[in-house]
Design a protein. Structure first.
Length: 265
């Protein structure tokens, strides 16, 4: 009975946490899209600043990681395809794998490490130093001032980063294709493009939109829930990273299964 009680308690806590994420995300979306019609200011400058940090400054590390992921994927797929005399399918394998699955997922994990953790640390520090209380005293909603700009930056930039990650992964695969599989660079790119259809790209972009919303909600919620003391900021940051990765993987599973059963994959 104790085990059942513990499982039930964990499930209840998990559902309550997801409800808190949905509530925070919904409030941020309302402030973002409905707020301007009720006289609330549009915090465009903060959103642009967040977009620069989330997107542009993430390009170097994301490019490096996805380039090598594409090369590794080409090497691993060629290892098996060579046994069937089908090394020429390496380009299609890398392109489809990157656009449908690895591009959005690797991008989300990189952004979690860079931006999701920084969201939790920034807002957690503001909570510890009572800056959040000061905003509320001035009748400024922390959700409107802090969360909404981060949300719009994330849902705009994560799909853009995903497209870039897909391109870098395909470029990484082309190194093997030109070096070992007998492709020219132009031919490799042409085969990769021919292997893709629109739904391969759109399914990855849909995933990236949901990943962006989840990363923002988790990072901001953990920051707003930070307790008293500098140690709590570190715990909130760690929790934001761990929970974001877990939820992103679960979302990826749900959407992949959904696309499969409705015939999108």
């Amino acid at each position: 009975m104790e085990l059942v009680s513990q499982i039930g308690g964990s499930v209840t806590e998990g559902l309550a946490y997801i409800g808190s994420l949905a509530s925070l995300g919904g409030r941020a979306a309302l402030d973002l899209f409905i707020g301007p019609f009720h006289g609330k200011p549009v915090r465009l400058r903060r959103a642009v600043s967040q977009a620069m940090d989330v997107g542009v400054r993430a390009l170097p590390i994301l490019s490096l990681i996805t380039f090598f992921i594409g090369l590794i994927l080409a090497l691993q797929s060629a290892y098996e395809l060579r046994r069937f005399g089908a090394v020429n399918y390496v380009a299609a394998t890398v392109a489809i794998s990157m656009t449908r699955e690895l591009g959005p997922l690797i991008t989300a994990i990189v952004v979690i490490g860079r931006s999701g953790s920084s969201f939790a640390a920034e807002i957690g520090t503001m909570r510890v130093t009572e800056e959040i209380d000061a905003l509320e005293t001035m009748a400024i909603s922390p959700v409107d001032f802090l969360v909404a700009p981060k949300l719009v930056a994330m849902i705009v930039m994560l799909p853009c980063l995903t497209i870039w990650a897909n391109a870098m992964g395909i470029l990484g695969g082309s190194v093997f294709g030109v070096w070992q599989a007998g492709f020219t660079f132009v031919r490799y790119l042409q085969v990769s493009v021919d292997a893709l259809i629109l739904r391969d790209i759109t399914t990855g972009l849909i995933k990236s939109l949901m990943f962006g919303a989840t990363i923002t909600a988790v990072g901001c919620l953990e920051g707003l829930s930070t307790g008293v003391g500098a140690e709590q900021v570190g715990r909130s940051t760690t929790a934001a990273v761990v929970k974001s990765i877990f939820l992103v993987i679960m979302e990826d599973l749900v959407f992949t299964a959904l696309f499969f059963f409705v015939g999108a994959q």
